[in-house]
Design a protein around this ligand. Structure first.
Ligand code: HSE
Length: 433
């Protein structure tokens, strides 16, 4: 801690949008932060790749480090803020150096925490140093604080999150404007909404990092990104969005963590959620999380999941906690007690499903379909057939009663082998989020 207990001097690694946002809050709200913490929060040093770049703020008063890891050993820095990103490399090296030295470390880096969270938490706990990462999940929504503090009295039964604004924005525009995925993605990239390489977002990896962190806190288990079943939104097509709506659902990319009888199930995939559910009505780039606890019941949180102000707000909230002397194990329980996640393979998932088939419009097709489902003991909840597709096929859309994913997949494989089925069937999970 600072040689002067009435001040907290920050070192900021990474001066992109969020880093500059943190500087703005620390400068603009200096009096407020001081009143709330009893300390003067100042910036002592910064580090970024390009010293010469104009970032629109005056950095002249701050010491500059070419190597971010040097912030850990700078005696004029009491707390390091890491905003560089990446699960390994300088961010990981800086985190380890800070925590090993007992220096508080605040980060927005979901990949780092999802990958090395348990090890870093152990380092932090060994030195009673703060390791905080509110901004890593859902930007400005204080969901980590909600789980570690506000809901700490509860056994959590499940959580569902819309945790990637890019995907939610794409799905929203596909539905509103009837556009195909590729067209909306290209447009989102053109206007700077989606990254030039959107893989992390649209393939669900970003959501998986965030879900792993939330699941770790909610269920007291180590984040395990490597074994988390993850699917993105690349294969979502407009026809399924339209049928979802007709059936009373909307398609969302969800992070799900749920207590089951034999372990905690954690997964990321697109799902159909009832139009009446809170998550169905979260549109554009907004993020939202619902959490259910045994005593509190269902709770919900919604807000901006990215952007300069919201993400910097979460970072500075963590800094305020450190300034106030708030400390607890980073995942809410000692890292040594974090269990191994009992990821149930998605095959074991029990749920209800939407299946869409394109079939030849000939006698006996319905019988083939219902026999196939009966053979796998998959019970039909609803079924509809809609007019001719361009190539003469018709769509048959059905929803199932509860069944295992294994049985639903087996039925899909049989459908693929039927002569009357004209293209690979589509399947989506239905979640009562
Ligand atoms: N790329 C993320 C999103 C924001 O689109 O929500 C940062 O986690």
């Amino acid at each position: 801690m600072s040689s002067n207990p009435s001040q907290l001097r920050l070192g900021i690694a990474g001066l992109g949008t969020v880093g500059i946002g943190v500087i703005k809050i620390v400068e603009d709200n200096a009096d407020l932060l001081s009143a709330r913490t009893g300390q003067k929060i100042t910036i002592a040093a910064v580090s970024a790749r390009d010293r010469g770049r104009d970032r629109g703020v005056d950095l002249g008063a701050y010491a500059w480090h070419d190597n971010a890891v040097d912030l850990a050993g700078d005696d004029n820095v009491d707390l390091v803020v890491e905003l560089m990103g990446g699960s390994d490399g300088p961010a990981y090296a800086l985190a380890k150096a800070c925590l090993a030295a007992g220096k508080p470390f605040v980060t927005a880096n979901k990949a780092l925490i999802a990958t090395h969270g348990k090890e870093l938490a152990q380092l932090a706990e060994g030195k009673k140093a703060a390791l905080r990462f509110e901004a890593a999940v859902a930007g400005g929504i204080p969901i980590i604080k909600a789980l570690t503090e506000g809901l700490s009295a509860n056994n959590i039964s499940g959580l569902h999150g819309i945790l990637n604004g890019t995907c939610n924005y794409i799905l929203t525009r596909m539905e509103r404007e009837g556009l195909p995925f590729d067209e909306v993605l290209a447009d989102a990239q053109r206007i700077g909404y989606a990254e030039a390489d959107p893989t992390f977002d649209i393939d669900g990896i970003d959501t998986a990092h965030k879900t792993a962190i939330l699941a770790a806190i909610a269920f007291g288990m180590a984040p395990d990104i490597d074994n988390l079943p993850t699917e993105g939104i690349r294969n979502i097509v407009s026809v399924d969005i339209d049928y979802a709506r007709e059936l009373g659902y909307r398609i969302k990319l969800l992070g799900v963590a749920r207590q089951q009888d034999d372990g905690v199930e954690v997964r990321v995939h697109p799902a159909m959620v009832p139009l009446s559910s809170p998550l169905a009505n979260v549109m554009d780039a907004t993020n939202a999380v619902t959490v259910s606890g045994d005593h509190v019941g269902p709770t919900g949180y919604e807000g901006a999941g990215a952007g300069q102000g919201p993400t910097a707000s979460a970072v500075v909230g963590d800094i305020v906690d450190v300034a106030r002397g708030v400390w607890y194990p980073p995942f809410g329980v000692p890292a040594a007690e974090l269990g191994s996640p009992a990821h149930l393979g998605s095959e074991a998932h029990i749920g209800t499903y939407y299946i869409r088939l394109k079939v030849a419009d000939v006698p006996g097709v319905m019988a083939d379909i219902t026999q196939t489902l009966a053979r796998e003991k998959v019970s039909i909840d609803s079924m509809l057939q809609r007019g001719h597709a361009d190539d003469g096929g018709v769509y048959i859309v059905l929803t199932t009663h509860e069944t295992t994913e294994e049985a639903a997949n087996a039925a899909l494989n049989h459908f693929n082998a039927l002569e009357c089925v004209l293209e690979s069937p589509a399947m989506l999970r239905i979640e009562a989020a």
